[in-house]
Design a protein around this ligand. Structure first.
Ligand code: E4P
Length: 219
């Protein structure tokens, strides 16, 4: 079981890794375009690597097999142990994934909305398969059976791919992903902070500390 952060912001990542609960980072082109539109991708990812540990997923942005292959080689060279090539799911994606898997390069097959897609990615050798919780729901479908059946098939077939569940919109989506058998929820910084917060916890700590400070002191 693990928890990843879905961000490319080195400041946030450094701060949140300090909690000791995270063991990896996922990024995508949309996150980076929003968080740092002018950034050089290589510099941004190197900054992320410097303030974190574990796997860091970087997504391919090209769409033909030779271009995706070249892009993957470039990212892989940034850190051969920790960079995970995020491959968009599809026919070309499966070809690229298969080649990367044969070379022992770690992969995260992304934009998965259904169990059949996750199964194909796992058969082709994906290290991770990323199911997009919020986007499945945006289409009006329940994501719970997608995660549950994917986990059941991976376990039954002894396929080593791990399920990442991303596209989280609410804290309850994290709970659901864990209940349904996700190996790794990936959460945005605001959702991770919400997982800490509980009004009754704050109230109880205040009650204890107020009583301690107000206790009668020995003269
Ligand atoms: C996961 O790896 C993706 O980066 C991410 O969770 C996608 O989320 P979105 O649907 O909010 O774009």
């Amino acid at each position: 079981m693990a928890l990843f952060i879905d961000s490319s912001d080195p400041k946030e990542i450094k701060d949140l890794f300090g909690w000791g609960v995270l063991s990896g980072v996922t990024t995508n082109p949309l996150i980076i375009a929003k968080e740092a539109p002018d950034a050089d991708l290589g510099e941004r990812i190197r900054e992320v690597l410097a303030v974190s540990w574990g796997d860091v997923s970087v997504e391919l942005t090209t769409e033909t097999e030779p271009e995706m292959w070249d892009e993957a080689q470039l990212y892989h060279a940034w850190d051969r142990e920790r960079i995970v090539i995020k491959v968009p799911f599809g026919e070309v994606g499966l070809r690229v994934l298969h080649q990367l898997a044969k070379k022992g390069v770690k992969t995260n097959v992304t934009c998965i909305m259904a169990m059949n897609q996750a199964y194909l990615a796992a058969l082709a050798g994906a290290t991770y398969v990323s199911i997009f919780s919020g986007r499945v729901r945006d289409m009006g479908y329940n994501v719970r059976p997608v995660i549950e059946t994917t986990r059941a098939i991976l376990d039954r077939e002894h396929l080593p791919s791990k399920i990442i569940v991303g596209s989280m919109r609410h804290m309850m989506d994290v709970n659901e992903a864990l209940e349904c058998g996700a190996h790794v929820p990936t959460v945005t910084p605001p959702i991770l902070r919400k997982m800490v917060w509980n009004p009754r916890t704050i109230e109880t700590i205040n009650e204890f500390n107020t009583a301690w400070r107000a206790r009668p002191k020995k003269k």
